[in-house]
Design a binder for this molecule. Structure first.
Ligand code: MD3
Ligand code: FE
Length: 208
C-alpha cells in the first residue's frame, strides 16, 4: 500500500515508500561502498570551489563535476575505480515507478552533513530528458524546494523524510530545484547524522 501524491503535473510524491528495514539495507550498502571507495568532493567548474555535498555513484555512468565541467563517466574522479552496480532496491523502485521507460544508467548519491545545502539548479546534463528522475531520501529531514523552468518563477517547499520517494518527469523534468536546509537529529538512520539522497537517471538516448 503506497500513497501517491501529485505535487504538480510531472511531480509525484510517495511518502515513506521504503520501510525502515529497506532503508537500513540501502544505508549499509552505501556506507560499505563509501568505506571502500571514499566519497568524492565535487567542485564548481572553472573556479574549483568545493560543493558542500559529497558524492558517489552507482551504475554504468556517474555524474561528476570538477574544474573542467559537469559530465557523466564510468569511474570515480579521484581514484579511477568503476562504480558499483545499482543496489537491488534501487532497480526495484525504477521498475515499479518508471515502468516502460528505458533502464537507468546512473544513480548519484549525495551526502549532506548538517550544514550542507544545494542551490537552485536544473538537471540538464542528461541527453534523454523524456525519462523521469527518481529521488530517494535517507536520514535527516530536508527542506526541498521546486520551482519552474524559469529561475525566478514561484517555488513550492516540501520536507523530505527518510524513506520518501519523488518522481520528476514530463513538464517538471527541467524545473529548478534545490535543498535549502537539513534538520539535524531528525533521523537515527545514519550513524553520523546528516542526509543521503539517491537520484536514478537515464542519461543517454537509446537507439530505438
Ligand atoms: C526535479 N538532488 O542531485 S532530489 C540532484 O535532495 C538534486 O539531493 C537533490 O537535485 C537532493 O541533482 C534533490 C530531487 C530532484 C532530483 C532531480 C530532479 C528533483 C528534480 C530533476 C528534475 C526536477
Ligand atoms: Fe538536481
Amino acid at each position: 500500500m503506497v500513497e501517491e501524491i501529485m505535487i504538480k503535473p510531472g511531480v509525484f510524491y510517495y511518502p515513506e515508500y521504503f520501510n525502515r528495514t529497506i532503508q537500513e539495507e540501502v544505508r549499509d550498502e552505501i556506507l560499505s561502498y563509501a568505506n571502500e571507495l571514499g566519497w568524492f568532493q565535487p567542485t564548481l567548474p572553472r573556479w574549483g570551489t568545493p560543493f558542500s555535498v559529497k558524492m558517489l555513484n552507482y551504475g554504468p555512468l556517474g555524474w561528476v563535476s570538477d574544474k573542467s565541467g559537469y559530465r557523466y563517466q564510468p569511474t570515480h574522479p579521484e581514484n579511477g575505480a568503476v562504480w558499483r552496480p545499482f543496489p537491488l532496491h534501487m532497480s526495484r523502485v525504477w521498475s515499479s515507478l518508471n515502468d516502460g521507460f528505458d533502464s537507468p544508467e546512473a544513480c548519484l548519491i549525495n551526502y549532506y552533513h548538517a550544514n550542507a545545502r544545494m542551490g537552485l539548479h536544473q538537471d540538464r546534463d542528461e541527453q534523454d530528458l523524456s525519462v523521469p528522475v527518481i529521488s530517494v531520501s535517507l536520514g535527516d529531514t530536508a527542506l526541498f524546494r521546486i520551482g519552474t523552468t524559469d529561475r525566478k518563477g514561484p517555488t513550492q517547499s516540501l520536507k523530505l523524510k527518510s524513506g520518501d520517494v519523488l518522481v520528476f518527469g514530463g513538464p517538471a523534468r527541467l524545473d529548478f530545484h534545490g535543498i535549502d536546509r537539513i534538520y539535524p537529529g531528525t533521523s537515527t538512520l545514519l550513524p553520523e547524522g546528516g542526509r543521503i539522497n539517491l537520484t536514478l537517471r537515464r542519461v543517454t538516448q537509446s537507439a530505438g
